[in-house]
Design a protein around this ligand. Structure first.
Ligand SMILES: *[C@@H]1O[C@H](CO)[C@@H](O)[C@H](O)[C@H]1NC(C)=O
Ligand SMILES: *[C@@H]1O[C@H](CO)[C@@H](O)[C@H](O)[C@H]1NC(C)=O
Ligand SMILES: *[C@@H]1O[C@H](CO)[C@@H](O)[C@H](O)[C@H]1NC(C)=O
Ligand SMILES: *[C@@H]1O[C@H](CO)[C@@H](O)[C@H](O)[C@H]1NC(C)=O
Length: 376
């Protein structure tokens, strides 16, 4: 396999990182990669990133949900139901090492070699290399590894799992090289695989899943053994709008999400608030990614300095809400401190200065789908 190295250098100098990315390219090689992926059979639906043609074919798709767009196209060609990118297995080390030459990063050259190598199985059609570079740039820009040194394994795998649901600031627009910049959530991202390192002091398994018009659940399921947490939850249910789309403008909902246990406390809370409020199936519940983002206006009701939320602010808000009914208060503020630690751990703002507004809002938007690799 001869790689058109000379073209690479020539094309790179004119490609702009700020160039608009088309939604989907239907160049002949992209169509072939999609076809080769589809022809791999049911694995193309259940484990697409084990198939190189699927990996490269997916990078022909852009727009706001690039990977999900590709998975939908594959499924449509098989008359099958598409899985969401969040729900298919990640790119494995073995597959990555097949693409990478140093088993650390995928460089643009590795990627070009991989595309041409995959197309050799069908004897082409071979594209102009600029089109392959354009595909690679989607990955480089989203992962913000823009200095030409390649995209590390974890970030490469993240692209296929999260590019459809998490936006990236991408590469700096003023320079075409330099250090990687951070994603909006300020950390590299990884899937949530293990339970929170915060000691959960609350029940996670008593949530009622009874749904539908014939079910007659109690007015409020018992979501916590901590009466003050149960109180925040019930107050949240009463105060949210009819489809629970404004939960993050209700302070009781923020507090309830912080005391709700489990692996994905924010989505878990939204789900049970929705099912309790509407009596509808939890499959219709809003997810944190779709919910209206927590605003500065709401945060200003909790914060005392207009820019960060401290543990003391959270305690004050928690007790302040419950004061309206004179109880039940927690037996100790340690209960609330432990709740707040979930947000500190994920945002990695662990000190007395508090958590900046943007990071608190990020917690409520992203913590159920993106884990933080470090903690306090
Ligand atoms: C998908 O369904 C269409 C229309 O029913 C049919 O023509 C086509 O052969 C099916 N394709 C596959 C892969 O089953
Ligand atoms: C909720 O469940 C816990 C654990 O089973 C129990 O201790 C608590 O009393 C229950 N609360 C209510 C109001 O039923
Ligand atoms: C929210 O508040 C923070 C901190 O005061 C500020 O940096 C940010 O620009 C504000 N965002 C909006 C949308 O007003
Ligand atoms: C208040 O805001 C500033 C940032 O403007 C922050 O550095 C400070 O530590 C915050 N917290 C407190 C408790 O003052």
């Amino acid at each position: 396999m001869v790689t058109p190295l000379a073209f690479v250098a020539a094309v790179l100098s004119v490609v702009s990182f700020t160039e608009a990315i088309p939604t989907r390219r239907d160049d002949a090689f992209c169509v072939q990669l999609l076809t080769s992926c589809v022809n791999a059979g049911s694995n193309a639906i259940s484990d697409p990133w084990s198939i190189p043609a699927c990996i490269y074919g997916a990078t022909c798709f852009g727009g706001s949900h690039p990977i999900d767009g590709f998975l939908a196209a594959v499924a449509a060609s098989q008359n099958a139901t598409a899985k969401a990118s969040l729900n298919v297995p990640r790119v494995t080390v073995a597959v990555f090492n097949h693409i990478s030459t140093d088993e650390k990063v995928v460089t643009q050259q590795n990627f070009i070699d991989g595309v041409y190598g995959t197309l050799s199985a069908t004897n082409g059609p071979y594209p102009d290399v600029s089109l392959v570079i354009s595909s690679f740039q989607r990955v480089a820009i989203w992962t913000a590894f823009c200095n030409g040194a390649g995209v590390p394994f974890k970030n490469f795998a993240d692209y296929f799992q999260f590019a459809a649901t998490v936006n990236s600031n991408g590469c700096p627009t003023t320079t075409s090289s330099g250090l990687p910049i951070s994603l909006p959530i300020s950390t590299t991202i990884a899937p949530i695989l293990s339970t929170s390192s915060v000691t959960a002091t609350f029940l996670t398994s008593t949530v009622s899943t009874a749904t539908g018009p014939t079910a007659t659940p109690p007015p409020f399921p018992n979501i916590s053994s901590e009466p003050s947490c149960q109180w925040q939850f019930e107050t949240c249910v009463q105060s949210v709008n009819s489809d629970a789309s404004n939960a993050w403008s209700q302070i009781s909902c923020l507090l309830a999400a912080s005391c709700f246990g489990g692996q994905r406390p924010v989505d878990g809370l939204l789900s049970v608030v929705f099912t309790t409020k509407t009596g509808k199936s939890s499959s219709l519940a809003p997810t944190s990614l779709a919910e209206a983002r927590l605003s500065n206006a709401t945060l200003n009701k909790i914060s005392t300095n207009g820019s960060t939320v401290t543990v003391q602010n959270w305690i004050d808000a928690y007790y302040g809400q419950i004061a309206a009914t004179g109880g039940p208060f927690p037996t100790s503020s340690a209960v609330v401190i432990s709740d707040f630690q979930r947000i500190q751990q994920w945002t990695v703002f662990c000190g007395a200065a508090g958590i900046p507004f943007m990071n608190v809002a990020d917690y409520f938007e992203f913590s159920s789908s993106v884990s933080s690799p470090t903690s306090c």
